[in-house]
Design a protein around this ligand. Structure first.
Ligand code: ZN
Length: 419
């Protein structure tokens, strides 16, 4: 399980890495030492939101810029403190009672030092951080710290409190190696790759629709959340979703999220329809501007129309004159994308009905990032009765998500250079 209740510095924030292991692991909210200098260039905390379900909670902190953060478990009463290195905060509601039933009952935002804004989550049951990551600003969205919280046993919570108290005590001592995270036995968290999962469609764009009102956008979102959970639970990846609810995103926004956060891979999830109801099975696509199969072309065209459906113009395609570097990058990415697709198909094969020739190419706009290996997974087709039955079935979803997670893992296994 993800042992995150200490100072975390995730890959997304690496460029900011300074010696944060010590000051950021302290639990005390003591006033800053008198010699502390006025913070220069630190971002503000602009908003704090908590969403709670019976199974989990998510804290989102909007930031004026990327910054460092630390997580601390506190007891008596049981709390999780999330410290952000920031100048100040302008949160509309700094004290909130959470009305939904779940692990968090209230939260409070306060200035806890000259460079520290603390959000304290009051826990109604023992809980722990499942994952935490910082997203760059993109489009009109600010930079964000996202913290996912899941229930824990009382023993797990107590252990985290003890570990954090110990780390906070140790922080008074000179720290020889600032790259060692508090709780030294862990692997350096900064080495975890970032997987961006893109549940297709959303909002005004429902994607394919099956009789009975079942919509592709809902099926792929549920599946993406399942896959995210599996990947996060493996402890090996940071996982971000392009959308986590029924919102509409333009295709280029999906690509931009992966690119600005320097994702290691991008996986778009779909379950489309075909005119021919007998076509069925899962398949994995990589991008090729000259898609050969006429059905693949139809499929890609209908996906690329997503932006038109929602009333936006088609995104600007890259100009004809492409700079050589970009071209080289694309070739490399095409190769890596293909390797990723192969790896996923290889794991899907024994578990799931596949389309004939499951490794396919088509001109999907959403796969166009020149610097992020990208694949599009068609889980199956809403136009086929067998696929439809599978897609609605929890057991099938779980089995398929596990196969995908294995495919992703083995792709990264093979990337690691031999020792
Ligand atoms: Zn689709």
């Amino acid at each position: 399980m993800f042992k995150a209740i200490h100072t975390l510095l995730l890959p997304l924030a690496i460029c900011l890495a300074v010696s944060i292991a010590s000051p950021w692991a302290q639990e005390s909210a003591a006033p800053p030492p008198p010699e502390a200098e006025a913070p220069v260039g630190l971002p503000n905390v602009m908003d704090v939101r908590v969403t709670v379900t019976p199974e989990r909670a998510r804290l989102v902190i909007d930031l004026a810029g990327k910054t460092e953060f630390a997580l601390v478990s506190l007891s008596g009463p049981d709390r999780l403190a999330v410290d952000v290195r920031a100048a100040t905060f302008t949160v509309p509601e700094p004290n909130v009672e959470v009305s939904e039933q779940g692990v968090i009952s209230a939260y409070q935002v306060e200035q806890a030092g000259s460079e520290r804004v603390r959000t304290t989550l009051t826990l109604s049951a023992p809980a722990q951080v499942q994952q935490a990551y910082v997203l760059d600003a993109f489009e009109d969205q600010p930079a964000r710290l996202v913290v996912d919280i899941i229930p824990a046993t009382a023993a797990e919570f107590a252990a985290n409190v003890a570990k954090d108290a110990e780390a906070s005590g140790a922080a008074d001592l000179p720290v020889a190696d600032s790259s060692t995270p508090a709780g030294g036995s862990e692997l350096p968290i900064a080495t975890r790759p970032l997987v961006v999962i893109d549940p297709g469609h959303g909002g005004i764009d429902s994607g394919a629709e099956a009789p009975g009102g079942i919509k592709e956008k809902d099926i792929v979102l549920a599946f993406a959340l399942k896959l995210q959970q599996l990947l996060v639970d493996s402890g090996r990846f940071d996982v971000a979703l392009t959308r986590e609810d029924d919102t509409y995103l333009r295709l280029e926004e999906r690509v931009a999220l992966a690119r600005t956060n320097k994702a290691d891979i991008f996986i778009s999830i779909h379950a489309d329809s075909f005119q021919q109801p007998d076509i069925r099975g899962a398949s994995v696509y990589t991008r090729d501007e000259n898609a050969s199969d006429v059905l693949d072309k139809v499929l890609a065209d209908s996906e690329n129309k997503s932006d038109v459906i929602a009333g936006f113009a088609m995104p600007q395609m890259a100009p004809e004159v492409v700079d050589i570097l970009l071209d080289l990058m694309r070739r490399e990415m095409r190769h890596q994308s293909y390797t990723l697709a192969e790896s996923i198909v290889h794991q899907l094969e024994p578990s799931v009905a596949l389309r004939r020739f499951p490794l396919r190419q088509a001109d999907f706009f959403v796969l166009q990032a020149p610097d992020v290996p990208s694949v599009l997974v068609e889980l199956g087709f809403l136009s086929n009765a067998n696929d439809m039955a599978n897609l609605m079935q929890g057991e099938w979803q779980g089995r398929t998500a596990e196969a995908l997670a294995r495919g992703i893992s083995s792709y990264f296994d093979n990337l690691t250079p031999p020792q």
